[in-house]
Structure formats: structure tokens, C-alpha cells
Design a protein. Structure first.
Length: 128
């Protein structure tokens, strides 16, 4: 029984938060979730979209930092819609943390490293 199964008493909640890949990860899934996805997603979302938004002309306005953070967080959530709406909603808080990290450091590879850590945590909670 996974940790999340013991914390969530209703089976549909476990199914909603932990897809089949997270519940029974093989080597390929682990490679994709721990290396490939964090690198590609953070390169596209942070180094691409968020960086472009940071450099956009509205950067001179008050609270200009908020738009790149909010838009890239929403894009990160939408990127996960393929796993269902529950997954898209579940990744909003980690996506916000990654957006704030990028806004502070401007280093997408830090975001990829933290993203990999988030995925490792999800695998450990859902799968083992």
C-alpha cells in the first residue's frame, strides 16, 4: 500500500492524484519523469515563455514580476492536462514554486533540478 493510499481514504482520490505511471513506475517512466520531462518542461516554460514574458515591454509597470510568474504557472498546469484536469490542478502549486524560483534566480536548470525532486517525491508517495 502506498503512502498516499493510507492518507486518502477514498480510492478515487488516489486514482486522481496518482496515475498508473506513478503507481508502478518502470525504468523508462523514472527516466522520463526524473530527467527528460524536467529538462524539457523547464527549458520551454521557464527559459522560453517566462523569460520572454520577463523581457516583455510591460516589465516597467508596477508588479510586473507577477505576470511572468502567473502566466508560466498557468502554462505549466495546462501542459499537464494530458494526464487529466486533476493533474493540471495538482501541479499548480509546484509550478508556482518553480516560477518563483526562476524569477529569483533566472536559472532554468535549478528549476529542472527542483522539478525532478518534485517528481521523485510523487513517485515515492504514489508508487512505493
Amino acid at each position: 500500500m502506498s503512502l498516499i493510499s493510507s492518507l486518502l481514504p477514498v480510492p478515487w482520490a488516489v486514482d486522481a492524484l496518482c496515475g498508473a505511471q506513478l503507481r508502478a513506475p518502470d525504468l523508462g517512466v523514472c527516466l522520463r519523469l526524473l530527467v527528460l520531462s524536467p529538462l524539457l518542461e523547464e527549458c520551454v516554460i521557464r527559459a522560453g515563455l517566462q523569460e520572454w514574458l520577463i523581457r516583455h515591454p510591460w516589465r516597467e509597470r508596477k508588479h510586473a514580476w507577477a505576470w511572468p510568474v502567473l502566466v508560466s504557472t498557468a502554462a505549466f498546469g495546462l501542459l499537464h492536462l494530458g494526464s487529466g484536469w486533476h493533474a493540471a490542478v495538482a501541479v499548480l502549486a509546484p509550478g508556482l514554486a518553480l516560477a518563483l524560483l526562476y524569477q529569483r534566480t533566472r536559472r532554468w536548470w535549478w528549476c529542472a533540478l527542483v522539478h525532478s525532486g518534485f517528481n521523485a517525491f510523487a513517485i515515492s508517495v504514489c508508487g512505493f
